[in-house]
Design a protein around this ligand. Structure first.
Ligand SMILES: Cc1cc2nc3c(=O)[nH]c(=O)nc-3n(C[C@H](O)[C@H](O)[C@H](O)COP(=O)(O)OP(=O)(O)OC[C@H]3O[C@@H](n4cnc5c(N)ncnc54)[C@H](O)[C@@H]3O)c2cc1C
Ligand code: FES
Length: 292
């Protein structure tokens, strides 16, 4: 582990409290992890041992943490052997997680609206950020949340009662977890899901920005999701002249800064350099990743 990460990344071997299964091999798992929960930030992630027989851990974003109760919640979609093994873990069994890792999102207190765009397995850090800002006793943040998924959303969607101007008429549904604490949210998919806009999640963000010109100058974008979605979010930010932070989900080996396997090219005013997504990110400014 690199020197800079000593005493900030911990190992918790905690019991699985609950695991809920959703279509398309999606899971939400709650794990006892008091040390990780104590210092986790939105955008930080954990490196999970999926099964003692599988040596490579898998990086998974934190979706929800409760520092008082000492647990973390993750949402994952099975692609291969690692997460398939993790999904087989029974309640009460222990899972080893290393974290919290990485530099998370940092919202600008001067911004008026925090526009969140999450896609697929990029949804969890956006939920964490929205709930974190909403419960901040020291600042009055105004998150607006747009989520996209090509699998059925792992949430019990409901019709929204919070108005959002400019949004396409087919986007009527919302995430109850957001709505219930007053955060407006809308959903998008290429699939035909009831209450969900048929199109890209960035279409919703663009429609909202266009309909709210008075808010454009004071809006900040936060995004996590597949690369084409991140690119579209960065383009949107550039077109509207607003700042954006992107959370990257590169393949990782060590996840603690030691192997450089996750390095990406980053553009700064001083030139181009390579940064490790695991410990220098996973959150970067959009203009550091995409030159528009
Ligand atoms: C910071 C971060 C946060 C993440 N958060 C989440 C999350 O919250 N939820 C979630 O579901 N996923 C998340 N991911 C993605 C997840 O870690 C990967 O998709 C993981 O590899 C899936 O594990 P698996 O065992 O299901 O599949 P794997 O066995 O890892 O295989 C997945 C697919 O990727 C291919 N693959 C594996 N390794 C490589 C490689 N080095 N290069 C190219 N292709 C490769 C495989 O062939 C296969 O098609 C995150 C990733 C990062 C870096
Ligand atoms: S995964 Fe090893 S340095 Fe990032």
């Amino acid at each position: 582990m690199g020197k800079e990460n000593r005493n900030t990344i911990f190992i918790d071997e905690g019991q699985v409290h609950s695991i809920r299964e959703f279509p398309d091999r999606q899971y939400i798992m709650r794990i006892e992890a008091p040390k990780v929960a104590a210092t986790a930030r939105p955008g930080s992630f954990v490196h999970v041992r999926c099964n003692p027989k599988i040596p490579m851990r898998r990086p998974i974003s934190l979706m929800r943490v409760n520092a008082d109760a000492g647990w973390v919640e993750i949402y994952f979609k099975v692609l291969g052997d690692g997460l398939a093994a993790l999904s087989d873990t029974a309640i009460g069994e222990c899972v080893s997680i290393l974290g919290p890792i990485g530099n998370g999102f940092s919202a600008n207190p001067e911004s008026k609206t925090q526009l969140m765009i999450g896609g697929g397995v990029g949804i969890p850090p956006m939920l964490f950020l929205a709930e974190h800002l909403n419960s901040d006793p020291n600042h009055d943040w105004s998150p607006v949340v747009f989520m996209g998924s090509e699998s059925p959303f792992p949430f019990d969607l409901k019709a929204s009662g919070i108005e959002l101007s400019g949004i396409p008429a087919d986007a009527t549904g919302c995430l109850p977890e957001m709505e219930d604490c007053g955060i407006p949210s809308r959903l998008a998919s290429q699939q035909s899901y009831e209450g969900v806009h048929k199109g890209f999640v960035t279409d919703l963000a663009a429609a909202w920005l266009l309909a709210n010109p008075e808010l454009q100058a004071n809006t900040e974008i936060f995004a996590c999701g597949p690369e084409p979605m991140l690119h579209a979010a960065a383009k949107l930010a550039s077109e509207f002249g607003i700042d954006a932070q992107l959370c990257l989900e590169e393949y990782m080996a060590c996840a603690v800064g030691g192997c450089a396997g996750c390095a990406v090219e980053v553009h700064t005013p001083n030139g181009t350099s390579m940064k490790r997504v695991c410990v220098d990110g996973p959150v970067f400014k959009a203009r550091e990743i995409y030159v528009q």
